[in-house]
Design a protein around this ligand. Sequence first.
Ligand code: FMN
Length: 189
Amino acid sequence: MKKNLGAVGVVTPLPVLIIATYDENGVADAMNVAWGGQCGPKHVALNLSPVHKTNDNLKLRKAFTVSFATADDVVESDYFGIVSAKKERDKIGKAQMHVRRAEHVDAPIIEEYPLTLECKMVELATTFLGEERVVGEIVNVVADENILNADGKIDLSKWKPIMFDSAQNYYRVVGDVVGNAFKDGSKLK
Ligand SMILES: Cc1cc2nc3c(=O)[nH]c(=O)nc-3n(C[C@H](O)[C@H](O)[C@H](O)COP(=O)(O)O)c2cc1C
């Protein structure tokens, strides 16, 4: 028996992206974003309500980094989503995390996150909902060696990225391998 749940946004998995930017004084900010993802081989898209400090920083610096929350930094990552830099100027310091300048873009890298994309903003548009759609071009990826496998590929079981479960407001670890992409479907050819 199926049940209608009404118009609820339950697309899953939603990521837990941590967007880091510099403000007008060079202070680093971080924000938690679930409504975003990869939208091309080298591009990411973010949907932002226009009220955040991050939006101001993006317009100023035209660059950002994307890190991915993990099971080891749930408290800090959630904090970045519930407090604005408009109220707490140094959110990253308050979370006892550390930043360094990205090598390829005018944005900070938060050292504690194991994987970070350096992005330059290539598009900023206002959507029909009045939100801001940001597209970034990935110009470099920085990874901790300890999340890579012997072939130098990113190993999710070492990385432990989390997803946002919007149905119940949980963070969940991204799970087990259950198949092979571009291969398993061949059984039905
Ligand atoms: C799990 C989670 C997901 C969020 N996703 C988004 C999002 O996709 N877009 C958005 O505009 N705000 C989102 N937020 C809210 C911002 O992260 C929050 O308002 C933050 O304080 C903005 O920080 P800033 O003002 O320092 O930029 C999310 C918050 C949480 C906790």
